[in-house]
Design a protein around this ligand. Structure first.
Ligand code: ASP
Length: 330
């Protein structure tokens, strides 16, 4: 009679202990680019860091209650897509036609399932549609009108008018880019990035990665960047996950996210060495710039970037956490 409750209690105690012991980790970014102290006001910096913290909290809540890495990255990206401070969802950059074309992708490491969308203009949370492509279609990637038509079939996917994504700050950036173009300088603005990404390790030891973006200011002709391209701007396998941010054309050509994880898998490089070699080596050699966040199955985190700043945040397996913007931090 007494033995059953005792055993039950013992079992429960062991379960609680193992849930607490399980090592989870989360790393996010809000884009790399020219981010200089003198150009970012104290209030703006505070607002950016607050939203990075909110995104960390959303993902971490999922991980701590035993949820999947996939749910954690979806939750973190969902917060960043709603924040006007980042170039994803609300606050996405303008293309050359004065509209928005949003790209996103998501990948689950241990199953290698993946979903991606490109060129969206009415889907409030592109990452949710990328996940729906992964979970509710036989495909990996859908673009433009087809992706929007697929969204029509999914009642859980919220829709908005295309101008819902507008912000004054991004409109100013488009004006600046147009002026530079008129003056004979580069048409594509490579100054402001702001793409968002998240990589998580859950209590089961599984990894997932997600990336969402409005692309690059003044982009044209249905341009698609690296963010929705599996292996370029986003990748997860059973030992490593990556989300990139930077000049997408170069990230595609260097297969950045996959290359980092391939170096870990095939060469046995540490995550830090692999991520640094690709972001500060291969990308730079090609003439590109940007950064990446990476996480391995032991909970190691790497956040290299070759620009002046990268919005980033992390929660390590030991529970320590932080956010950083500039090069000389964290
Ligand atoms: N990688 C993105 C793109 O090229 C831009 C960014 O990271 O901000 O579309």
């Amino acid at each position: 009679m007494i033995r059953i409750p005792l055993l039950l209690a013992l079992g429960l105690a062991t379960m609680t202990a193992s849930a607490q012991d399980a090592r989870t980790a989360l790393v996010i970014h809000g884009g790399a680019g020219v981010i200089e102290r003198r150009a970012l006001s104290v209030e703006d910096e505070r607002a950016v860091r607050r939203d990075l913290d909110r995104a960390l909290d959303a993902g971490n809540r999922v991980l701590k209650r035993g949820g999947s890495a996939l749910d954690a990255v979806t939750a973190s990206i969902g917060v960043l897509e709603e924040s006007p401070w980042f170039n994803a969802g609300k606050g996405a950059v303008f293309n050359a036609a004065g509209g928005h074309e949003l790209d996103a992708s998501i990948m689950e490491g241990h199953t290698r399932r993946a979903g991606a969308v490109a060129g969206l203009s009415t889907v409030r949370s592109p990452i949710r549609l990328a996940r729906a492509v992964m979970e509710h279609s036989p495909h990996v990637m859908m673009a433009g009108a087809g992706a929007e038509a697929f969204a029509d079939t999914r009642s859980e996917i919220a829709r908005v008018r295309p101008d819902w994504f507008d912000t004054d700050r991004r409109r100013d950036q488009l004006e600046q880019a147009r002026k530079r173009e008129k003056a004979g300088q580069a048409a594509l603005s490579t100054t402001y990035f702001g793409t968002v990404g998240a990589v998580a390790l859950d209590q089961q030891g599984h990894i997932a990665a997600a990336t969402s973006t409005g692309g690059m200011t003044n982009k044209r002709y249905g341009r698609v960047g690296d963010a929705p391209i599996i292996g370029a701007g986003n990748w997860a396998d059973d030992r490593c996950g990556v989300s990139g941010t930077g000049w997408g054309e170069f990230y595609i050509r260097a297969a950045v996210a996959h290359d980092i994880c391939a170096r870990v898998a095939y060469r046995g490089d540490t995550l830090a060495v692999a991520a640094d070699a690709v972001v500060n080596g291969e990308v730079v050699k090609l003439g590109g710039d940007g950064g990446a966040i990476a996480l391995d199955r032991d909970g190691n985190i790497a956040m290299p970037f070759n620009t002046s700043g990268m919005y980033r945040g992390w929660i390590k397996p030991d529970g320590s956490r932080g956010t950083a913007v500039f090069r000389d931090e964290g």
